[in-house]
Design a protein around this ligand. Structure first.
Ligand code: SF4
Length: 228
């Protein structure tokens, strides 16, 4: 068991928030985290992001998708740390800390954040991931140290996998479609999510998620082990 966390990961505002609040409460108050196994997800995301990263001669966003506003891809996997998140005008115990996928610099000296995803099927998830994208923007616009950056674009870039191709001699692969889903900037929605998140973390331990198979397994396991 560890100390209370002081860093809020942007992905916990979307994917984890949508899951089990009890699990988040345990992690943020005691650093007890459920083991997670996501085979190849990290490797696929890394290969997708680094495909467009060239630090010595930055690529244009047009290399990714024609609908992304024209800019240079200047960084990949950069860490951000924000000032403490404010709730009702006062500093909370949490700051945003996380790693964005791609950072774009525009000719007007503003920046864009692109979150990269692999998808089995094409679907627009920009609404779902909006708080996560906003959280990166918040951290870059309100950094704990250094100069603030103005964020003028956020969005999801995905590769979806419609079909396999190739042959036994050349080898097999997947042909991917590239998709661009811009998200509207919405700082108020992020502040609302901060309020909900921090209120939950500061409250009593939430109940188990309805119908959770893992909780059921743990309960049955404990009952058997107690008897034996
Ligand atoms: S076992 Fe299920 S209900 Fe219990 S904390 Fe984990 S996800 Fe939540």
């Amino acid at each position: 068991m560890g100390e209370r966390r002081v860093n809020l990961s942007p992905s916990d505002l979307t994917f984890s928030w949508d899951g089990c609040h009890r699990e988040l409460w345990l992690y943020y108050n005691h650093q007890v985290k459920a083991p997670m196994f996501m085979p190849t997800v990290a490797e696929l995301a890394e290969s997708q992001e680094s495909y467009f990263m060239n630090k010595s001669a930055p690529l244009s966003t047009s290399a990714m998708h024609p609908d992304i506003p024209e800019g240079k891809i200047v960084d990949h996997g950069g860490w951000v740390l924000s000032k403490p998140i404010q709730i009702d005008g006062k500093d909370s115990h949490l700051s945003i800390r996380g790693k964005y996928d791609l950072l774009v610099e525009f000719p007007d000296a503003t920046y864009g954040i692109i979150d990269c995803k692999m998808q089995a099927r094409t679907s627009d998830k920009s609404g779902f991931y909006s708080p996560q994208l906003e959280a990166y923007a918040y951290a870059l616009e309100n950094p704990a140290k250094g100069e603030a950056k103005k964020i003028s674009m956020i969005g999801i870039y995905s590769w979806s996998v419609p079909q396999a191709w190739g042959n036994v001699k050349a080898g097999f692969g997947y042909r991917v479609n590239s998709n661009w889903y811009p998200a509207e900037r919405n700082p108020q929605a992020l502040q609302d999510r901060f309020n909900e998140f921090i209120t939950m973390i500061n409250g009593e331990c939430p109940p188990s998620k309805d119908g959770c198979d893992h909780c059921k397994y743990l309960g049955e396991r404990e009952a058997i082990l107690k008897k034996s």
